[in-house]
Design a protein around this ligand. Structure first.
Ligand SMILES: Cc1ncc(COP(=O)(O)O)c(C=O)c1O
Length: 381
């Protein structure tokens, strides 16, 4: 099976001997024009008009009132958590099967992740596990705050993730969180172009976050965006992202950041934005191709969950056990084709709190049995 995979992937990418990577940034040819226009305007920093144009384009397509372009997705997560009122010594409910940025942002906001298991069909936060945790381990006090009984700490937010672009079950998660007065911030860093029953991911919670890092479905070189329909959240995040520039010095009471996206990055983002549909179609085509190939070997390729439309940003295959996954990853890398075992579950990192987390059998399964395979698209193919 491994040899056949190597041969087919080499043919697909038309690279008989060169290395093939997990994701290479696709360029579409219009990028220079956008960047040159920005250079010619000489407004290359955060006040250039491309920043607002990019925000307007994303907000209008995704159907949200406000979009705030930031220097990274992690910065947008940090701003989003602070705007939701997350403070130090509080919990943020999240799942551990993700890139470390999600939980890093929680620490940056001064709080701690409390890990809840994933659902195997979405790889995102499992609504049933969330419900069990909320029912058995929390209580809502007379002022409406939800507390974790064992630690007596407030649960300040819930941060579900759309893993590899596959939508987590946001309708169920948001409904549960509403019952416990917990605001939801969606980590849709990998999910631009994905939706649930026609609604874009990143728009279900109180706020959502996108990333435009070089490996994402489209890129601005580096950057992110905070999405929300709530003016207060937007205003708080906007002020904090701009070093409170609009405030009088004697009014400054809180720490702020230089988190805005520069216009040069927004120009690249706008150029790539024109090709978002093409990127999603290509990624979906790649999934179909892999599904046929791996069908012959009786290996499952991660598929979009029911009622969902996935951008298939990063393809993943599911092995019956870790040994088979390890052998596949080792042999393909030896042959110059980059594959990798999916993330180590974050609850294993010493950085994160170990005293309180739920049992995480499905996150551990994902860590052992999932492997990511080359997911670069070939423009205009
Ligand atoms: C799930 C997830 N969350 C957050 C981030 C952070 O985004 P950025 O790299 O733009 O800071 C990334 C990707 O990089 C990610 O994959």
């Amino acid at each position: 099976m491994v040899n056949r995979f190597i041969q087919e992937v080499r043919q697909h990418y038309r690279r008989p001997s060169e290395s093939i990577y997990l994701i290479e940034t696709a360029m579409f040819g219009n990028e220079r024009q956008f960047i040159n226009n920005c250079l010619n305007s000489r407004k290359v920093s955060t006040i250039g008009e491309e920043v607002e144009q990019f925000e307007r384009a994303v907000a209008s397509r995704l159907g949200v009132k406000y979009a705030l372009a930031t220097s990274s997705g992690t910065a947008a997560l940090h701003l989003g958590l602070m705007a939701l009122g997350v403070r130090s010594q509080e919990w943020v409910l999240t799942s551990p099967f993700t890139f470390i940025a999600t939980s890093n942002a929680i620490l940056q906001a001064g709080s701690q992740p409390l890990f809840i298991d994933i659902d195997r069909t979405t790889l995102g936060l499992c609504p049933a596990a969330l419900e069990e945790f909320l029912t058995k381990e929390t209580e809502v006090d007379s002022s409406g705050n939800c507390y974790h009984r064992a630690s007596r700490r407030r649960i300040a937010a819930c941060l579900p993730i759309h893993v590899f672009g596959h939508p987590a079950n946001l309708p169920a998660i948001v409904q549960l969180c509403q019952q416990y007065n917990i605001p939801v911030l969606e980590d849709a860093a990998e999910g631009l172009g994905s939706s649930i029953s026609g609604q874009s991911v990143g728009t279900f919670g109180s706020a959502g976050v996108l990333s435009f890092n070089g490996n994402k479905i489209i890129t601005s070189g580096g950057g992110g965006m905070l999405l929300t329909n709530d003016e207060t959240i937007y205003q708080k995040a906007f002020r904090r992202a701009n070093q409170l520039k609009s405030s009088m010095n004697n009014e400054v009471k809180e720490v702020s950041y230089n988190y805005r996206m520069p216009a040069l990055n927004a120009a690249l983002g706008l150029a790539q934005w024109q090709h978002l549909d093409q990127c999603v179609q290509q990624k979906r085509k790649l999934y179909n191709w892999y599904a046929d190939l791996f069908g012959e070997f009786k290996v499952q390729v991660m598929q979009e969950p029911p009622q969902s439309y996935s951008n298939y940003w990063l393809q993943a295959i599911v092995f019956p056990d870790q040994q088979q996954s390890d052998i596949f990853v080792r042999k393909t890398n030896e042959a110059g084709i980059e594959t990798r075992a999916a993330w180590k579950s974050l609850h294993r990192y010493p950085l994160f709190n170990h005293r309180f987390h739920c049992s995480l059998p499905h996150a551990e399964w994902a860590e052992s049995c999932l492997a990511n395979i080359p997911s670069t698209i070939v423009p205009n193919a």
